[in-house]
Design a protein around this ligand. Structure first.
Ligand code: DP6
Length: 361
């Protein structure tokens, strides 16, 4: 069992120089979804996602030797350049949970600044980009101070593991292209503890379009964390986990073969299954909004009329992810502008596509 606990990662604060690190890390869109977890952030089923490009978080971590003699972690947190107490408390709790892995955190004075390229809590997985960006910064600090993570694979694996502890879906954002998380016999090297890159997809999926149609920028009524917890009492949960495993097989085959129809059918059914599970939870809740459904009808009608392989997915929120290959962008875009954008809050949508993964900035 992989265990990153390491009491030796302590610095000599008398000689340590102040430093900083910054990462830009993207959000991701799961095709087979992670919904339901157990233990310490372990998934009930394997999942696979597109790593996005335009929806990202940038995080800067500045560190210096601590001057106070207090035990705890010293943290200042700014979100979009403003102090944010709610986020600071979350980040502090997360960092405290990591002190067996990064004991040096207790020796430092930390200043974290973070910002997103998209609205917070709008169902765009902000926890995926923010937690992966922070995890990458922490691993970079470890490597700078101790020279322990020079090997790219070791660095990414640890960053993915650390990101998972912050938010499950975040562990997949460490890789460009597609990220796969959760132990499955279908993919060698897969693990519940960290994600791995899925590099066998047909080239059409290396540049896939994923336009995010913002039905609502409002804060979600029920967090993903609470949603996962409700899966524990959901009578459909065991069937769901079986279905997710079976779908992984069909999806991986479709990804390898470039089979857009099978890919699209699975993507849509996964999105609707996720929301059906929410509706069937106790208490029941619903994150789709009237315009989410209106868009789904319009997307399906457009597909039937034009035969273009345009499909949708949803995250845990009301927004639509519109999925299509980049070679039909010039046909699809005018239709999005005319038929879907008017159903978005302030006509807003975020054109996005499968990206190259995080970048140190
Ligand atoms: C619907 O990763 O946000 O986006 O681990 O509690 O932080 P926590 O949950 P989170 O769940 C996201 C679930 C999803 C599907 C997915 O990304 O696989």
């Amino acid at each position: 069992m992989l265990d990153y606990t390491n009491p030796n990662l302590l610095v000599d604060t008398a000689t340590l120089e102040a430093g900083s690190t910054a990462w830009r890390s993207p959000s991701n869109l799961a095709i087979v979804k992670y919904w339901g977890k157990h233990g310490v952030q372990l998934p009930r089923n394997p999942s696979i996602s597109f790593t996005l490009q335009s929806a990202f978080t940038e995080t800067l971590v500045e560190y210096a030797p601590k001057t106070s003699t207090e035990e705890g972690i010293e943290l200042e947190f700014l979100f979009h350049r403003e102090p944010n107490e709610a986020f600071r408390a979350k980040v502090l709790k997360y960092l405290e949970s990591l002190t067996d892995i990064f004991p040096f955190l207790r020796q430092l004075q930390l200043r974290v600044q973070s910002g997103n390229s998209f609205p917070h809590s709008a169902g765009i997985a902000s926890s995926a980009s923010s937690m992966s960006a922070l995890a990458l910064c922490l691993c970079t600090i470890e490597d700078t101070l101790f020279d322990t993570l020079g090997d790219d694979e070791a660095f990414e694996r640890k960053a993915s593991y650390i990101a998972r502890l912050g938010s499950g879906s975040a562990c997949r954002s460490i890789y460009g292209g597609l990220g796969l998380w959760g132990k499955t016999d279908l993919h060698e090297g897969s693990s519940d503890l960290y994600a791995v890159p899925f590099q066998e997809a047909h080239e059409i999926f290396q540049s896939y379009q994923d336009d995010i149609l913002i039905v609502s920028r409002g804060e979600k009524a029920v967090s993903s964390r609470a949603g996962h917890a409700l899966m524990e009492g959901n009578p459909y949960a065991p069937a769901r986990y079986q279905q997710a495993n079976a779908r992984m097989q069909s999806l991986l085959d479709a990804l390898r073969a470039g089979d857009l129809e099978t890919f699209g059918q699975i993507a849509e059914n996964e999105a609707l299954t996720l929301h059906a599970l929410m509706m069937a939870s106790n208490p029941s809740y619903m994150l789709m909004q009237p315009n989410t459904l209106e868009m789904i009808y319009r997307i399906r009608a457009y597909r039937a009329d034009t035969k273009h392989p345009v499909y949708f997915s949803l995250d845990a929120g009301p927004n639509i992810h519109l999925l299509y290959p980049q070679d039909i962008i010039h046909e699809v875009r005018p239709w999005v502008d005319a038929e879907l954008a008017p159903l978005c809050e302030e006509n807003a949508y975020l054109p996005d596509f499968v990206g190259e993964g995080p970048e140190e900035i």
